[in-house]
Every structure is written in structure tokens, then in C-alpha cells.
Design a protein around this ligand. Sequence first.
Ligand code: ZN
Length: 272
Amino acid sequence: MLNFLRKWRKARRLATIRVPDALWTGVEQKLPFLDYLEPADRERLREFAREFLVEKEFHGAHGMPLTDQVMLAIALQACLPILRVGLDAYRGWVGVVVYPGDFVVPRHETDDTGVVHEYDDEVLGEAWEGGPVLVSWHREGEGPEGVNVVIHEFAHKLDMQNGDVDGLPLLPQGMSRAAWAKVFTDAYQRFCEQVDAGEETLLDPYGADSPGEFFAVASEAFFETPCLFEQELPRVYEQLSRFYGLDLAAGERRVRDKRRCHDGLPLRTFGS
Ligand SMILES: [Zn+2]
């Protein structure tokens, strides 16, 4: 009965949210990687984004103005990681707090000798277990390059579904935890070596912080630069592709072929 009421209330509230086509298009144009989705998934993403706006409560911190564009852009990106599993993966919490840029989180940590250390940590985002998601929102062209805070924090939310942020989320049926752990452990170790050696990496070096951060930065690159990701980390790509239920590298190739076709360039040259 409760479930029925919940669904009924949600349907009523959903009916009140109408997003004009021009607003969808305007926001989506600034998220070009959404083009890598199949058309049916694009539709699904819009539906999930509407539901997300109904279910979650947005708060602007430090005077952050919450425009329709900002909320829609966050909702669309937050729903990317749950296209396969649905919004139930984000149940149990409602708050999305948006800051106008980096923000400071006070930390208290007790070391092995029992001494408490208090300090301010400057962050771009944070996901709390059973609590809100905090994200920074930069004006166009002002944010850190190659970072997608929204996908990052919501990947952490998925990781938290089965406890700690350890880079091992709840896997769908048919996926092997042992295979995931082996692929991610090997890739993480190699990544840490590259970062330590000062090599340039496709993934944000922040991923070397812990296996949980590695999973989150890998998820950002999986959605934003799938072809490069597949080339550089094919085994991790395969695991993420099965986990998220999306083959985005194929989508990116489709988009590129279409563009070449549109520009009148040859698609591919064979046999020469
Ligand atoms: Zn993180």
C-alpha cells in the first residue's frame, strides 16, 4: 500500500514538471558526451532526470543561484550512472547541495596515537553515506579541466550501496566480483606507478588516492571520453561497460562517423 501511495504521489508530482524542448536541448548541448547514448537511452535519461528533480531536494549554498539550467544539468549527469539500474539506486537520501565553486569541509581525524587532527579540506564535491551529495558548480570555462564532479560523486553513491567506498560497487547479476577486483586492482596499481613517476595519465591523478577514487575518476572518463578510455584501459572499460550497461565507445564512433558523413568526408579508407 505504501509503495502504491509513493508511486501515486510521484506520478502526480511528475505530471507537474514540464521541461520545454528548448530547455532540454540548451542544457544537453553543453554536455556533448550525451550524444554517445543510443536514442532510446537519451529518452530514458530525460525521464530519469525528471524523476530525479521530483525526488531530490536542491539547495544552493553560499548564495549559489539554482537556475533551471543548473538543476537540469546536474539531474541529467547524476542519472547517467543509473541508466541501467534505475533511480532506486539513489533511494534513502534527498539532498543535493550546490556550491558556487570549491568549498571547504572541516575534518576531524584521530591518528594511531589518539591525537585528533582538525583541518579544513578544500573539495570540489562530496557524497555522504545515507546523506546528501555536495557538488561545486563553476561558470562555463571556469571549472577545472577534465573533471566531472557530478558523475564523480554519483559514482561514489553507487559504490556506497554495498558499504564502504572501496571501488567495488554492487555488481549486476552475471558479473564476477573476482574478475572486477582483479582488473581494478591491477589497473589501480599500474595507475599509481604512473602517477608516482609523474607520467601523464588519461584519468585524473586524484584517482591514485584510493581504489574508491580510482573507480570514481574512471567513471568520469568512461562517460566523457569512452574511445580513449577503451584504447588505454580496455579491461577496465569492459568491466565498466557491463556495470553501467552501456557501450559508449561504440556510441562515440557512431557520432564521429555521422559527423564525417555530414562534412562530406570519406568514412574510412579500406585496402590502401
Ligand atoms: Zn571522490
